[in-house]
Design a protein around this ligand. Sequence first.
Ligand code: ZN
Length: 468
Amino acid sequence: MGAILVKRNILVFVLDQLSSRALDLYGGQFRMPTISTLASDGVTVDECYTIYPLCQPARASLWTGQYPHRNRVWSNGRECPITPIDSSFPALGEAFAAAGYETRHFGKKHDGGALRGFECSEEKERKIPDEDPAFPFNMDTYADAYTMDETLSYLRSRKDDRPLLMVVDLINPHNICGWIGKNKGAHEDMPYSGELPELPPNFRFDDIENRPLPVQYLCCSHVRQGQTSEWTEENFRHYLAAYRYYLSIADRQIGEVMEAYREAGLMDDSLIVFTSDHGDNITARRSVTKQVTLYEEVTSVPLIFSGPAVSAKGQRAKGVASLLDIFPTLLSAASLPADSRLDGLDISKVFSGEDLPERKYIASEWYTEWGYTISPGRMIRSGSIKYMRYLEGNGEELYDMDADPYERRNLIHDHDYHDILERMRTLFDEYLEETEDPFFTLCVKADHRWRSHKPGYENHRGPTAPEA
Ligand code: ZN
């Protein structure tokens, strides 16, 4: 063996509900100074998919490196309770702790037990005054304020001399969910002096009758979506302004953590990772937050590897990655042994400027948020083709992401794509077998009381299934 290496410190930032499509780095409208700095000091992964566009399943998969259908953390709870992950599953924190790392987690957990091995700070709130009446703070921003207190005080007083794996898990821009509640129904927006963001090219949902039923009636299964049915285009533009605002709060806080981390003398040859648990619809198809669908806005998250450990400064890594890749990549970055139980790939070669490895497919899944409606769905991406499958009514979707990056036209009945469709159906069967996905044995729960209106989220009136 060669010289004894000093173990590398790793700092991971996870935001909640940041769609890569919102960021200028990914062709979006919003430029965030700290996130941009991380990108210019590292490599931006061209495309990265969450494993499940919902908090708890995405996080449980991130920290265990396994699909939700393996660890069975496939909802946020309530009417569909989950069993906490036990010690038979891999856990990132445990692997690093066993290797002599100090493993610290600050902020949002919602992990189904997957943060085993981390010393976690408490989840509390510190109430702070609003800075702008148009964009009030709620428990999400209050929780981040507390997390920042804990994180900065830890960094300013750290005595431990072990190598450090540190996670800072901020909830913003998730405050946008509470903002919808404050602006539900037909309303006049609060005065806003800034420039209103533009609606995306896929704001109109022209092809809705050609989509799977759970997608057509998303408005009936999701409280927040139902609250927007009477919104005007201007209301949706205010949504985007609020989203940008809550994201800017998190961006500023990441900058403060970076500064304290550097001042604590931890930078050395650190690896800094920036990502999010899942995306947000950012008004594509008149939709908000996330629920049921597996479109790019909700499944595609930013992934940046930055800091001294990354030599490919300001570069892009071409190809497609998954949040499942983070666990094996961090093991590799810390020179720890690989774990064959992990579903993702070690993609650490992107640190030195290589592109992502080719692979057969990348998958993402949906089951239910709280169990009030259950709509099992799956997405597989192979090359430029995306295929989605919903259990209810055997609903299928097919998109050519090169030709139609905004998923405006479902190609499922397009004769020109017949061969590609057959290939994707075969690949889907292979995915089910290879990952032991019980998709076809899952249940569907869809109350047809909520599906009586003409398709179109603007046609929804009254309560949604969770409110009944
Ligand atoms: Zn509806």
